[in-house]
Design a protein around this ligand. Structure first.
Ligand SMILES: NC(=O)c1ccc[n+]([C@@H]2O[C@H](COP(=O)([O-])OP(=O)(O)OC[C@H]3O[C@@H](n4cnc5c(N)ncnc54)[C@H](O)[C@@H]3O)[C@@H](O)[C@H]2O)c1
Ligand SMILES: O=P(O)(O)OC[C@@H](O)[C@@H](O)[C@H](O)[C@H](O)CO
Length: 376
């Protein structure tokens, strides 16, 4: 079985590549990073290091690489021949991936089914990829399958001696839509009939929690998650944020309050992993994506505000996000330039699709933070 995986980055090598290797797939990583692809083709193997006391190593071998900027013929041939195509590139890059795969996918014949799975932090990311592909190729036959998925494993920015090796947390969860999947299922993956509760629970607990740590932690002057998690006030407020997303999740889906409380507790313990040093500027990256209406802040916040339920911790979180700066992150720079030129109300309307009373609440908190900072 042949897999083509777009994005030879942290989650690509540290999670998706490992699961596919364990399932006996021949793996070809596709990336725009020439250095990474050259190294993959040279070494053809790497280690996944588990972030726990023993730092055990799991070997992945027989991997190949394709540079999507220069090896376009090779890439087309690989897409025509693959049994499985996965991505972990960032949800905003999916329209670019669609351009590479639409042509060869439309040339595939009905006797050769293929699964195409986006492994990104967004609700129903594969649907977004499918839409972009179909817009180019027209409808594809029933042999091209597009299951949505949810992926969970914390993989920080790497500082290994061998740049192919990747340190990951011990925990992992990959959930895939069962009905859309064709053929033999992957071991180590959970298949479910309805993905919505799983992807929303993951995004609105793990990723909302992470983003809160990034934005409030940066505001307090921390630089890594483990450092920020030693601050009792931050952990207290993190729990308040997750109590609000838990209210959303247990109202909209069938999770019981006890189940969700156990899930939150597990995630807080993952954030405290002392063997994993995760930078706040990774966890807080792309604040424009993170403040968008269907993402980890505004989706639960808009619902709770609309239903007149407690939402002040998420309002605080939005204000910390708006105060966040990172000169190396183009989205953080764009955010701050827009706010400076047009103000908070216009920013929230344009990027978060938030207006009216809720926008007023967020702006008030933002202005109070600004006042605190300027007077201390
Ligand atoms: N790191 C994590 O903890 C984690 C966990 C779950 C999900 N995710 C999600 O996985 C995705 C990737 O995250 P990551 O942390 O691995 O990021 P990363 O930056 O480590 O990896 C992304 C890779 O995609 C490559 N890329 C960019 N544009 C490309 C293109 N047009 N074609 C091919 N490759 C391209 C980059 O060069 C990079 O190697 C994101 O959607 C993220 O939200 C990350
Ligand atoms: O990848 P992002 O930018 O959507 O979010 C940053 C982190 O929260 C994220 O990468 C987590 O580490 C991951 O989602 C854990 O499964």
């Amino acid at each position: 079985m042949k897999a083509v995986h777009f994005g030879a980055g942290n989650i690509g090598r540290g999670f998706i590549g490992k699961v596919l290797y364990d399932n006996g797939y021949d793996i070809t990583f596709v990336d725009v990073n020439a250095e990474m692809i050259d190294l993959i083709n040279k070494e053809q193997e790497y280690d996944v290091i588990i972030a726990e006391e023993a730092k055990s190593r799991q070997h992945v071998s027989g991997v190949k690489g394709i540079n999507s900027m220069t090896d376009t013929d090779k890439l087309q041939a690989a897409i025509k021949d693959a049994d499985l195509i996965t991505t972990a590139v960032g949800v905003n890059i999916l329209p670019i991936i669609a351009k590479s795969i639409a042509g060869p996918l439309s040339e595939r014949t009905s006797d050769k089914p293929v699964n195409v799975v986006a492994c990104e932090n967004a609700i129903m990311a594969t649907d977004q990829l499918k839409q972009a592909v179909v817009a180019i190729s027209g409808e594809l036959g029933d042999h091209v399958h597009f299951p949505n998925s949810a992926v969970d494993r914390i993989v920080p920015i790497q500082k290994q001696d061998n740049p192919l090796d990747v340190m990951v947390e011990p925990f992992f969860e990959w959930v895939i839509e069962e009905d859309a999947w064709a053929g033999e299922k992957l071991e180590g993956v959970k298949y479910v009939s309805d993905l919505h509760p799983y992807i929303e629970r993951k995004l609105l607990t793990v990723n909302t929690g992470h983003a809160f740590i990034a934005y409030f932690g940066s505001y307090k002057g921390y630089t890594t998650v483990d450092e920020a998690m030693k601050d009792a006030e931050l952990v207290e407020q993190l729990k308040a944020v997750l109590a609000e997303t838990s209210d959303y999740l247990t109202t909209v889906y069938d999770f019981t309050a006890e189940e969700q409380a156990a899930y939150v507790e597990k995630i807080i313990s993952r954030f405290k992993n002392p063997y994993l040093s995760d930078a706040l500027n990774r966890v807080g990256r792309s604040p424009l994506r993170k403040i968008s209406p269907e993402d980890r802040v505004v989706k639960p916040l808009a619902y709770l505000a609309e239903e007149d339920r407690k939402h002040d911790a998420l309002v605080d979180m939005a204000a910390y996000l708006l105060r966040y700066s990172d000169e190396q992150d183009p989205e953080a720079v764009e955010k701050n330039t827009f706010i400076e030129e047009k103000g908070i109300t216009e920013f929230l309307k344009h990027y978060a699709k938030v207006e009216g009373e809720l926008a007023k609440e967020i702006a008030e908190r933002y202005n109070a933070l600004l006042f605190d900072k300027e007077n201390n």
